[in-house]
Ligand binder design. Structure first.
Ligand code: CA
Length: 318
């Protein structure tokens, strides 16, 4: 079982499409003393141009400028779909707000000190994921996927032994819950359905934290808790979380719920289920027979525990 399972002793790789919630989730991990061993970026929420640079700025702000960041896939495996939020009704506004926020003084500008070498492209990310996973102690590597699954799908194609080196936790899918993209799919799965199908059906050990669990039920509580803190001084990771949630209240939803589940086993539990992913739409369907992929599905969501984990991180080290 992955949730709350000694992530501090693990080699953690984060694959992210760098939205507000991705950044909040990464800051939350850092606020609890969890430093990713590698961060790879993928198409989705932010423009490719901004994604890796934005992550490096957040890491620099949080005092972790040496975390390796590799810029990965620019589009989904089915390139014709575009693979970004640009084709969603709300996508253009979200990107504008994100770019405006990042152009503000929220985080330090990237400079030579915060820059780290990165290779570009999906194969570079796939290679980096494999190399890091392979060099980790046995059973100790976790890959946290917070965006479309393109980088991981290419890594699995390139390195058939990858499943023996890593277990995967995915924010994505809509099992036992309505989707939030076309075809009742969840957005990350929808933005690269071919990759989603490949990964989920690959046999890799996978925990899916889908929209039934990673949702907005904690949003108001988190906003209220940060409101109570006012402008009091916080450590850098807590300061980043506050800035993100003040700009976009839903930054505390989706990806951070999955991150929090790595920090506390009381946030969500897992249940073994069989699912199928539609390679055309990304829709995830639970199966009651054996005709699908066996995965661990995150179930339940303790909002009380979630808010507690977020605020303990936010106020740590003041
Ligand atoms: Ca994300």
């Amino acid at each position: 079982m992955v949730n709350g399972d000694s992530v501090k002793d693990s080699v953690l790789i984060v694959d992210t499409d760098v939205g507000f919630d991705d950044l909040f989730g990464i800051a939350l991990l850092i606020s609890h003393g969890v430093k990713p061993a590698l961060i790879t970026t993928v198409h989705g929420m932010a423009s490719t141009k901004m994604a890796a640079s934005t992550v490096r700025r957040l890491l620099a702000h949080c005092g972790q400028p040496t975390v390796a960041v590799v810029q990965g896939a620019e589009r989904g495996l089915d390139g014709s779909k575009g693979g970004s939020i640009a084709d969603q009704e709300w996508g253009a506004d979200y990107r504008k707000q994100f770019e405006r926020f990042m152009h503000s003084a929220a985080f330090p500008r990237e400079d030579e000190e915060t820059s780290v070498p990165s290779s570009c492209g999906v194969q570079g990310a796939a290679d980096a994921i494999y190399e890091r996973a392979k060099s980790a102690p046995e059973g100790k590597c976790k890959l946290l996927c917070l965006g479309p699954l393109t980088n991981l799908a290419v890594a699995l194609d390139s390195y058939p032994d990858l499943p023996s080196h890593v277990e995967v936790v995915v924010m994505g899918g809509a099992v036992r819950a309505p989707g939030n993209a076309a075809g009742n799919a969840e957005l990350n799965m929808h933005l690269d359905p071919v990759a989603a199908q490949k990964v989920v059906h690959s046999g890799i050990k996978l925990t899916m934290c889908c929209l039934a669990t990673a949702n907005e039920s904690g949003k108001e509580r988190v906003v209220e808790a940060f409101g109570k803190l006012g402008s009091q001084q916080l450590a850098p990771a807590g300061d980043a979380m506050r800035a993100l949630v003040q700009e976009m209240p839903s930054a505390s939803c989706y990806d951070p719920v999955v991150c929090a589940g790595l920090l506390s086993r009381k946030i969500w539990e897992t249940e073994a289920v069989t699912v199928c992913v539609n390679a055309a739409t990304g829709e995830t369907t639970e199966r009651l027979d054996d005709g699908g992929a066996r995965i661990a599905l995150a179930v339940g969501f303790s909002v009380d525990e979630y808010v507690d984990v977020v605020m303990r991180g936010a106020t740590a080290g003041r």
